[in-house]
Design a protein around this ligand. Sequence first.
Ligand SMILES: Nc1ncnc2c1ncn2[C@@H]1O[C@H](COP(=O)(O)OP(=O)(O)OP(=O)(O)O)[C@@H](O)[C@H]1O
Length: 268
Amino acid sequence: MPRVEPRQITVQPPITGQETLLDVQDITVSFDGFRAIQNLSLKVPRGSLRVLIGPNGAGKSTLLDTIIGKVRPVGGRVLFAGRDITRLPEHVIAGLGICRKFQAPGVLEGLSVRENLLLAARKHKGVFATIQGRPTQAEETRVQELLTLTGLKGKADVSAAELAHGEKQWLEIAMVVAADPELLLLDEPTAGMTAQETAQTAELIRSLVGKHTVMVIDHDMHFVELLQAPITLLHQGQVFREGDLDTLRRDPEVMEIYLGRPKENAHA
Ligand SMILES: Nc1ncnc2c1ncn2[C@@H]1O[C@H](COP(=O)(O)OP(=O)(O)OP(=O)(O)O)[C@@H](O)[C@H]1O
């Protein structure tokens, strides 16, 4: 397959008239001299949803790692709500309201759905949280909100171990949401899900938008389509294209480097 050189394009912010929450400015990330990300810039408006796609090795995870402070760029900077967070320690960045799903305390299988959510809500308030003691009114309200959000109301008292794969993923998302993050980063949230679970996950994520800003990485184009959100396509560590799915699908170079590749993208 001929190599298609990535080119930086200038794109209008997909959602106009909104304040930028995340402003990634010209970052370069190097692993022993290999540039996994090169001069990448990206703006995400507050309260919006953004989908990150791209071939394997395009730099999607590295970008999220850089945003959360796990990886340090050798050039450029990351602004969050106008503040330069590029050199801040990971826990400080998390404290500012950036949460990545895998950072969530995993679901505790020995506890019920309700108990997991209560624990997540309490952990948000203090590190040494337990499920001992009656929930306060505020905690009860929060748990109910999270149960409604995930559609798990009917399973509140079911042990987390008994949940289906998709339900467990929703519980995990709810546990991250319990921390009330301003920016939520989700890495392939639908991996291993059935088509119906995938559709419900898209609905769940869309319901978070507005109150939260959400960035999702996924390879499943059916899911991406359901999210109905602006897409940033990464390729070889750079922004290759930005736009809606229909526009990207009409672009022969996009088809060439990504959407036309059946192996990485069975649903394209
Ligand atoms: N810690 C590391 N050390 C060395 N190279 C790395 C490291 N992390 C990532 N890379 C390389 O950087 C490039 C980008 O990787 P990254 O995981 O960000 O891609 P990705 O778009 O998330 O891919 P995938 O869709 O397969 O998860 C790849 O070539 C990868 O091998």
